[in-house]
Structure formats: structure tokens, C-alpha cells
Design a protein around this ligand. Structure first.
Ligand code: HEM
Length: 505
């Protein structure tokens, strides 16, 4: 009995010492930390806040604690920023100080501790990787060279859907076909390759491994082991699976794509710039000794995740909104019909002549922001923000979804109303010219892929609406738009079955 009492007392004293040490350390340094819920030792705020750090929950905390607040998730400090001024500070004014990225235990595995570009800290390696990726992926020349390919892929989707009688009756899960299309769009750019059908064995393998990577990385279920190091041993099994998936993916990229391209290059002259695909440029950088083979594979990894999944999710959301808002769908169709006439299918140059189409895309990315808190930023060193001290290596979430859905800055933000981008918000572009709307981020770490994503979304949505009436499946009046929030992305929980009635037979 006495021993038990002694044990309890010692435990109590231990916790009291931990709390006192932490508090005195911070006070001693005259630290002015951002407000937030009161943390408890070891767990911080994790027991109060839980695992689901999605943009909606974080917006609720902002209402309680303010536009900048701090959550202590075990050993991780998380600062959430929810006002345009503070977002500007993080992304522009102090863009260098807050231009790094944090990773968690799982992203450490998938990115080889930042040997990639998306998840590396701000510095020499990031600059080099971003420079090397720019010419093959992120220029207007790339758009012009590849737009015919994107148009052909969208045309193939239309043809396949028309051939499938189920599409016009019971409906199909169009997402699957759009996913194949987006793989083809990106694999054409990367390797000058495409997959014939959803059953192509290599495509099936690739899609399964990428899907597994996405599921493992986006899940909240490993948070406890990431936040609280003493619990990490319980995560051993999970991390082992992550390591296996990572190995198998990189091996697949190498064996079936990178090495194949190398073989081809050794037998065929690729000196003509026009014939080069992205990987040729990347391999040149490797030959020059600028990057190593692992970096090459991580570039392929980054594109598989950053480019393909995001764009498919955006298409899914846009289609769901068009089905749930039939008047908007009709108005969009009328715009395309009047501007292009019935004979002409939407091309990339046409997307610039179709303001309502652009407004539909912008409105989708506002209401259903795919990466709602951006890819988390990080300050390598101690910094100041909004008058508070930010300890080194804080994970910084810019709640971009809230900036774009805050009733203080938007008229009836909960409504899907593309007209807003032609009326009161007509000067707001997707490139972040107004900090309250940054679906692709802004500043040094902004999304360079916007240049590809916007035309691909325009061509695909345009052609679908031109060729089909998009409807919910029989017996349903709406598409279920329940969200599935992950570590960084907001996806549709249920892949919708939709009916596509051809307009012209
Ligand atoms: C609708 C589609 C897309 C959306 C909504 C989207 C959104 C974003 C966002 C929010 C970020 C982080 C910005 C920040 O942290 O400040 C990002 C980063 C990035 N995106 Fe995208 N993206 C999309 C498509 C693409 C495509 C098609 C590509 C490539 C072809 C791409 C490549 C990247 C890369 C490489 C980064 C990391 C940049 C860096 O860390 O320096 N994205 N994207």
C-alpha cells in the first residue's frame, strides 16, 4: 500500500517538474507563444484535439483562439494561420523563413527524408530540384507541346463513355476512366508513354502501388506514433509496410520507365529538343552530376502524387458540383455551344475564350479546396509571426480553405456560385493574385503545376459537358459530396456513379 502511494507521489512530482521546467524555460526566454489550448505533459494537446486536423476543425479552433494559434501535438508544434495578412506574411514577406517543409514519420520514408522536391527544406537542394524540373514540366512551351496529347486523351474518354451502354442508363464510376486519362497525360510528358486501357497490367500495378502509398500517407491513424515518440514502437508494423511499398514503387519506376527510356535513348538520337520527354532532361542533370539516381526516382514519385491525384480529385469535385447544380451545368453548356458551335470540341486555346468554364473550375477549387491547408510549411529557425514567437521547426498550416470560405471576405461562401468570379470577384485569379484565394498556394513554394492543371481541367470538363448531359444515377437526386479528409488532401469519400447521356448520337 505504502509502495503504491510512494509510486503515485513520485509520478505526481515527476509531472509537476516537467510542467514547471517547460513553463520556466519558456518564461525565462520571455517567449510569447501564440494562444492555444493548454497542453498537458507528453501528450500536449493531442488528447483534446485528436487526430483529425482537417481544415474545418482548424477553422473552428481559429474562431476560439484567433487567426494564429498553436497546437502542441506531442513533440510536434503546429501553428495554424487563418487570416489573409498572416498568410501573406508566411508565404510572401517571410517566404524564406517559412519556406521549408516538415515531414512526418511516414513522409520521411516516402521521400527518403527529403531527397525529393516537394518535401525538402528550403535551400540549395530544393532550388536545384525546382530548377531541373522547370524546363521539362513547368513552362508554356511544355503546355503547347503537350496540349494536343491532353485533347486526344479527353477525346478518348468521350469515345469510351459513348461506347459503354451502362453510362447512359445505370451510370458508371467515371473517376476510373479519368484516372487513366490523367496517368496518360503525365506519363506522356514524363516518358512519352501511355496506357491503352484500365486493364493494362502495368497500369494496374502502378495504380495499385500509388493508391497504397496515398492511403498510407494520407491516413490519420499513424499520428500517435508521429506525435509521441515513446509510442513509436507500436507503429513498427505500419512503417514496415510503408518501407516495402516505397521500395516496390521506386523499383517499378526504375525498371519499367526510367531504365526503358535509357535503353531507348541509347539506340535512338534524342538530340532534337522536340523529341525529348521530361525524363531525358532529368537524366541529363544526373549525367552532369547535379543530382543522383535516387533524386531522379523521387522526381517521378513527386509527379505521380502531386500531379495525378490532385487533378483527378479536382475533376471529381467539379463533376459532382455540375450534377448537383444542373442550371450551372446548362449555363456552361450554353457558353460552349455559343462560343464554339456544335462541331468544335474544346481545345486548350478555347479554354481562354470560355470565362464561365474558368469560373466553374475556380469555384470548385474554392469550395472544395484539394489541398486546403497547403502542403505544410516550416520555419527552420526560431521566428516571429503576428507578434508571437514561433519556435524553430514548427509545422505551419495556412488554412487556405478558410481564407476562401470566410464570410468576412466572401458573399455567401457556402454556395457553389461560379458567377462570383465574373462579378464581385472578377479580379481574383487562381495564381494567388489575391491572398484570400490560393488553391495552388503562392510564393516560393507555390504549385508550379497550375500551368498544367488548369488547361487539363478546362479541356476535360469542357468536352464532357459538350458531349453529355451529366446526371445522378437512377433513384438519386444528388451526388454524395461527403468529404474524406487526409493529412493534406480533401477527397470525395465515395466515388460517384454518374449517368452520362450523349447529346449527339
Ligand atoms: C488541381 C490540381 C492541383 C492542385 C489543387 C495543387 C495544389 C498544390 C498546392 C496547394 C501546393 C502547395 C503550395 C504551398 O505549399 O505553398 C502544391 C505544390 C506542388 N505541386 Fe501542385 N497542385 C495541383 C496540380 C499539380 C500538378 C499537375 C503538378 C505537376 C505537374 C503539381 C506539382 C506540384 C509540386 C512539384 C509542388 C511542390 C512545390 C514546392 O514545394 O516547391 N501540382 N500544389
Amino acid at each position: 500500500m505504502d509502495l503504491l502511494l510512494l509510486e503515485k507521489t513520485l509520478l505526481g512530482v515527476f509531472f509537476a517538474i516537467v510542467v514547471a521546467t517547460v513553463v520556466s524555460k519558456l518564461r525565462g526566454k520571455k517567449f510569447k507563444l501564440p494562444p492555444g489550448p493548454i497542453p498537458v505533459p507528453i501528450f500536449g494537446n493531442w488528447l483534446q484535439v485528436g487526430d483529425d486536423l482537417n481544415h474545418r476543425n482548424l477553422s473552428e479552433y481559429a474562431k476560439k483562439f484567433g487567426n494564429i494559434f498553436l497546437l502542441r501535438m506531442g513533440q510536434r508544434n503546429l501553428v495554424v494561420v487563418s487570416s489573409p495578412d498572416l498568410a501573406k506574411e508566411v508565404l510572401h514577406t517571410q517566404g524564406v523563413e517559412f519556406g521549408s517543409r516538415t515531414r512526418n514519420v511516414v513522409f520521411d520514408i516516402f521521400t527518403g527524408k527529403g531527397q525529393d522536391m516537394v518535401f525538402t527544406v528550403y535551400g540549395e537542394h530544393w532550388r536545384k530540384m525546382r530548377r531541373i524540373m522547370t524546363v521539362p514540366f513547368f513552362t508554356n512551351k511544355v503546355v503547347q507541346q503537350n496540349r494536343h496529347g491532353w485533347e486526344a486523351e479527353a477525346a478518348a474518354v468521350v469515345e469510351d463513355v459513348k461506347k459503354n451502354p451502362e453510362a447512359a442508363t445505370n451510370g458508371i464510376v467515371l473517376r476510373r476512366r479519368l484516372q487513366l486519362m490523367m496517368y496518360n497525360n503525365m506519363y506522356r510528358i514524363m516518358f512519352d508513354r501511355r496506357f491503352e486501357s484500365e486493364d493494362d497490367p502495368l497500369f494496374v500495378k502502378l495504380k495499385a502501388l500509388n493508391g497504397e502509398r496515398s492511403r498510407l500517407a494520407q491516413s490519420f491513424e499513424y499520428n500517435y506514433g508521429d506525435f509521441i515518440p515513446i509510442l513509436r514502437p507500436f507503429l513498427r508494423g505500419y512503417l514496415k509496410i510503408c518501407k516495402e511499398v516505397k521500395q516496390r514503387r521506386l523499383q517499378l519506376f526504375k525498371e519499367y520507365f526510367v531504365d526503358e527510356r535509357k535503353k531507348l535513348a541509347s539506340t535512338k538520337a534524342t538530340s532534337d529538343d522536340g523529341l525529348k520527354c521530361a525524363i531525358d532532361h532529368i537524366l541529363e542533370a544526373q549525367e552532369k552530376g547535379e543530382i543522383n539516381e535516387d533524386n531522379v526516382l523521387y522526381i517521378v514519385e513527386n509527379i505521380n502524387v502531386a500531379a495525378i491525384e490532385t487533378t483527378v480529385w479536382a475533376l471529381e469535385w467539379a463533376i459532382a458540383e455540375l450534377i448537383n447544380n444542373p442550371k450551372i451545368q446548362e449555363k456552361l453548356r450554353a457558353e460552349i455551344d455559343t462560343t464554339l458551335g456544335p462541331e468544335n470540341e474544346v481545345t486548350e486555346p478555347d479554354t481562354h475564350k470560355l470565362p464561365y468554364l474558368e469560373a466553374v473550375i475556380k469555384e470548385t477549387l474554392r469550395l472544395k479546396m484539394i489541398v486546403p491547408c497547403l502542403v505544410p510549411h516550416m520555419n527552420l529557425h526560431q521566428a516571429k509571426l503576428g507578434g508571437y514567437d514561433i519556435p524553430a521547426e514548427c509545422r505551419i498550416y495556412v488554412n487556405a480553405w478558410w481564407l476562401a470560405n470566410d464570410p468576412a471576405h466572401w458573399k455567401k461562401p457556402e454556395e457553389f456560385r461560379p458567377e462570383r468570379f465574373l462579378e464581385e470577384e472578377s479580379n481574383v485569379e487562381a495564381n494567388g493574385n489575391n491572398i484570400k484565394y490560393i488553391p495552388f498556394g503562392v510564393g516560393r513554394r507555390n504549385c508550379p503545376g497550375m500551368l498544367i492543371a488548369m488547361p487539363v481541367l478546362g479541356i476535360t470538363l469542357g468536352r464532357l459537358v459538350q458531349n453529355f448531359e451529366l446526371l445522378p444515377p437512377p433513384g438519386q437526386s444528388k451526388i454524395d459530396t461527403t468529404e474524406n479528409n487526409g493529412q493534406f488532401a480533401t477527397r470525395m469519400l465515395n466515388h460517384a456513379t454518374i449517368v452520362l447521356k450523349p447529346r449527339y448520337v
